[in-house]
Every structure is written in C-alpha cells, then in structure tokens.
Design a protein around this ligand. Structure first.
Ligand SMILES: *Cc1c(COP(=O)(O)O)cnc(C)c1O
Length: 435
C-alpha cells in the first residue's frame, strides 16, 4: 500500500497538483468503488461528494452500466468513425437529438471536454468563413469562465491560475461581466444582476459583433471559478442578443448538463436552445472519456458542399468510441427507467436540508443551490484553507475539494437522505477544524 503511493509519486504526474505538496498531503490509493462510496486499499471508505470531478452520476460500478459495457465489449471495442459507423453512436446521436426536440440534430464526437470546446469554436468560425464572413473569428466569454485547459480552450477560460503561464500560446478572447448573483448591489436581486450583465453584453456586441463568431457560456452555474450561480434570465437575453447581432451562442453544458441543474439540459430552464451545445463529464456516467458537440441544421448545412475544404475536417482517433457511447446509452437508459429528473427534485431538497446547520454557521456566506449543486463561501483568513479543509474532510470520510474558499457538494444522484445527513455533519466538523 505505502509502496503503491511511493510508486505513484515516482512515476505518475498527477493533474492539477503541485506535486511537492504531496510531501505533506498523502495520496489516497483507491481499490474499488460501490455506489457513492470509494474504498481505499486499507478498506477505509470515502463519500464521493463531488462525483469524482463531477462525472459520476449514478455511483461507482453501477450494475446496469457495467452489464451494458460487458455486452458491448464482446461485440465491438472500437472502429474508426471516418467512413464507418455503428449502432451505439447512431442510437446515442438520435437520443440526444430527441432530447433537444430535434433542434440540435447533429452530433460531433471527441473524448474530453476541452476538445468539445475547441470543436464548437472551430465549427463556429468555419461556419462564418463558409458564408464568406471570415472576419467573424473572435470569441467572447464571461468573466471567470472555464471551458477547459488545452491551448485552444484556454482562450475562453478566464482563470488566471490556469492561463497566465501559457499566455504567449493563447489568443485570448474578450470577457464580459458575469451575471453571478453574488455581485448584486443593495436592493438588487438575481434577475437585476442578470439584466445588468446582459446590458453590458449588448454594449460589447454593438461594437464588436462584426468580428465575433460566438459567445460561449456555462449555463446557470460557472462551476470551476467557484460555483457562481446566475438567473436563467441572462440566457434568455443573451440568446436574443446573439440573434440580433448574428453571433452564435455556445452552451458549454459539460458540467451542468445531464440533469445536474434540475432539467436534462440547463438551457431548458431558460426555454432557449444554443447554436452549439457541448457535453462531456456525466454523459458517460463517469465511466469512459466521451465528449460531443450538438449543433443545428443551419450550421450543418453550411458545411455540406462539393468542396472537401468546406467540410468540418476535425478528428480524434477515438471519435465515437463504441464502449464510451454504450456507457452514455446506459446512462440515458437510467434517466428513462428511474425518472431521474423528477427524483432529483427530491434529492435537491435533501441537500438543502443537510446544509441547514452550515447555513447558520458564523463563517458561511452566500449559501446557494442550483439543482443538485450546493455551494457556499467561507469567510476565513486561514492560510491554505482549501487544502487543509480537504484534508479535514478526508478525516471525516468525505471526498470534498473546495475551490479557494468555496465549498461545494455535487454528489452522485443515487445518494440517499441519511448519507446526506452524514455529509452535512462531516462538512461542519471539517469546516470547524480548518478555520
Ligand atoms: C470540466 C469542464 C471542461 C473541460 O473538460 P475536460 O474533460 O476536463 O477537458 C470544459 N467546460 C466545463 C464547463 C467544464 O466543467
């Protein structure tokens, strides 16, 4: 066991990690998972309260997803998707189209979220080029936005820690104010903040629309910047402005899609559809790397021509991998069988209930919730708070990973009320131990 940790530190370069910090913070070697629980190699269990970086929707080792994957494994593990097709990718694309009532009827596949972002950016720019409007090649995103960390995706990721070191590589997009309701002035509510941010977007578009291909947003919750939540009114206004100024709207639902906010797609809460919708993370139930971009008929038609160069020539080796698509199909089957969207409303209520003792805590600010994402900010001057809190949470048997001084819960949908009560108590204890 100790041996495994030492071997990992010697041979594995871990993500989003200053490796030297593992001199004082031990790695945890996970041996198996079961439902919302992860078990380490000593048999200790941890509640996966962040769904393993927001990907795991139905718990670990779900019997239905496991069975579907085993069946697919006996038939076809992979085939290239250029010139070939297969049942899982076709059925998945049809189901996703149906979930958008056919509005976003064309699915393009990749393996990770950042690639989905880049595909949407490239498709938008190439669309305008195919229409003879090559000047429309700039992008605009929200302050604090996160759309992935590859060089292309960093262009629309407004988080200094992830971007600054690579600035010479990145063609940075412009930013417009976030509708984050924590920015409310006295007497303002979330809708007022959304309208104020939309006014700023309008002023920006008025000046820059002729050079702008698309606005990219994380609908309802800007997760990676610290669970900044905003009113759906912003999405309605942004949709109308994008239409008026002939700018595409890209909805990055990589984190907020797949039922997380209370509807299957977060955009449904605003009653709008984007021109491009990116999915990844939860779509495969947290099993296999899969991402995709859904787009409209008009976009697709702008690429449909005799000339090869007008086509969208982007590809990845594992595009549309049959196992990953099968994991996604099994995940969508669980949504249908278990009435997950309705059940998640009850789950959201349990989350709020479990957070009540925290809401009353002297150091807790801005308690907030959208669907099954619950977050709050901690008023603390403790140095290195997030790492110390995460350590204290591990001591409580909880996998929690604050973003700066923001603590959040984003559990798998199968977690029960009693387990959430444990989560509430453990979070409170960890908070008091790390202030
Ligand atoms: C996680 C995330 C991404 C990037 O996905 P990766 O698979 O980590 O590349 C992009 N956008 C949003 C909103 C995300 O939360």
């Amino acid at each position: 066991m100790t041996d495994l940790l030492a071997r990992s530190l010697a041979a594995v370069w871990h993500p989003c990690t200053q490796m030297k910090q593992h001199e004082s913070t031990p790695l945890i070697a996970i041996a198996r998972g079961d439902g919302p629980w992860l078990y380490d190699t000593n048999g200790r269990r941890y509640l996966d309260a962040v769904s393993s970086w927001w990907v795991n929707l139905f718990g670990h080792c779900h019997p239905h997803i496991n069975r579907r994957l085993r069946e697919q494994l006996e038939k076809l593990e992979h085939v290239m998707l250029a010139g070939f097709t297969h049942e899982p990718v076709v059925t998945l694309s049809e189901k996703l189209s149906a979930l958008t009532s056919g509005v976003l009827g064309h699915a393009f596949y990749a393996s990770d979220g950042a690639s989905a972002t880049e595909i949407a950016l490239k498709m938008s720019l190439h669309y305008w080029r195919n229409l003879g409007r090559a000047d429309k090649n700039r992008f605009v995103c929200l302050e604090g936005s996160y759309h992935g960390e590859t060089v292309g995706a960093l262009a629309v990721t407004d988080i200094a820690l992830f971007r600054d070191a690579y600035a010479p590589l990145v063609r940075v997009a412009d930013t417009v104010p976030s509708p984050d309701w924590r920015r409310a002035a006295d007497g303002e509510d979330a809708v007022d903040v959304a309208r104020r941010a939309a006014n700023a977007l309008e002023a920006w578009l008025e000046t820059h629309h002729a050079q702008t291909a698309a606005l990219i947003v994380e609908p309802l919750v800007q997760c990676a910047t610290g669970m900044a939540m905003y009113d759906a009114e912003y999405l309605r206004l942004a949709r109308a402005l994008c239409d008026r100024y002939e700018v595409h709207l890209i909805a990055d639902e990589i984190a907020v899609g797949c039922g997380r906010t209370g509807n299957f797609f977060a955009c449904e809460q605003a009653g709008i559809w984007p021109d491009f919708l990116c999915l990844s993370k939860g779509i495969s139930g947290g099993y296999l790397p899969l991402s995709l971009v859904l787009s409209r008929e008009a976009i697709y038609q702008a690429f449909y021509a005799d000339e090869t160069s007008r086509g969208f020539l982007h590809s990845h080796s594992y595009t549309g991998n049959p196992l990953a698509c099968t994991a996604a199909l099994a995940t969508l089957e669980l949504f249908e069988q278990d009435q997950v969207i309705a059940a998640n409303r009850e789950l959201a209520g349990w989350l709020a209930e479990a957070a009540q003792p925290l809401a009353a805590h002297h150091n807790v600010r801005h308690m907030r919730q959208t669907g099954t994402i619950l977050a709050f900010d901690v008023d603390t001057v403790a140095p290195d708070f997030s790492r110390r809190f995460a350590q204290a949470a591990i001591g409580q048997g909880l996998l929690l990973r604050p973003i700066g001084a923001t603590i959040y819960w984003m559990p798998p949908y199968i977690v029960d009320r009693a387990t959430l009560a444990l989560l509430g108590e453990g979070t409170l204890a960890a908070l008091n131990a790390s202030l």
